[in-house]
Design a protein around this ligand. Structure first.
Ligand SMILES: CC(C)(COP(=O)(O)OP(=O)(O)OC[C@H]1O[C@@H](n2cnc3c(N)ncnc32)[C@H](O)[C@@H]1OP(=O)(O)O)[C@@H](O)C(=O)NCCC(=O)NCCS
Length: 104
């Protein structure tokens, strides 16, 4: 992760403090995510596995796996791989993790 990264939901423990802004609760940062310096990830946002967040981005919405986003608000720049490759990577991960859908 880059320097000066802010993840808004870190502060969710202060959600009952009226002088602080509201939080949408905890979010999720997947595995193998690369987050550029000076980025802000808002509360409640889920970042999929293998995503890349460009430097100085403000991430306001969920980011799909293996997707590159950048800007304020962060928009999709491109996918890291074609959809079939992403499908294969994510289904292999489910097998490795013993996902119930893959147990026969
Ligand atoms: C995000 C990144 C991976 C995208 O790489 P890429 O797929 O080769 O795409 P490009 O760099 O060609 O940029 C594609 C578009 O996204 C924009 N973009 C890229 N990074 C951006 C950023 N951090 N914020 C806003 N826009 C960004 C570019 O301006 C370009 O816009 P355009 O299509 O309108 O010309 C790359 O730009 C990058 O690594 N940036 C971050 C570097 C960084 O954070 N360094 C510090 C490490 S902590």
């Amino acid at each position: 992760m880059g320097n000066n990264l802010s993840v808004q939901y870190i502060f969710s423990e202060f959600k009952n403090t009226p002088e602080l802004p509201a939080t949408k609760g905890g979010g999720v940062i997947g595995n193998d995510v690369w987050i550029g310096m000076n980025s802000l990830i808002l509360s409640g946002v889920h970042i999929g596995d293998g995503a890349i967040i460009g430097a100085y981005s403000v991430v306001t919405k969920d980011v799909e796996p293996y997707t590159i986003v950048a800007g304020n608000p962060a928009k999709v720049v491109r996918k890291r791989f074609d959809q079939e490759t992403i499908r294969r990577i994510t289904s292999n991960q489910m097998v490795e993790l013993g996902h119930p859908e893959n147990k026969r």
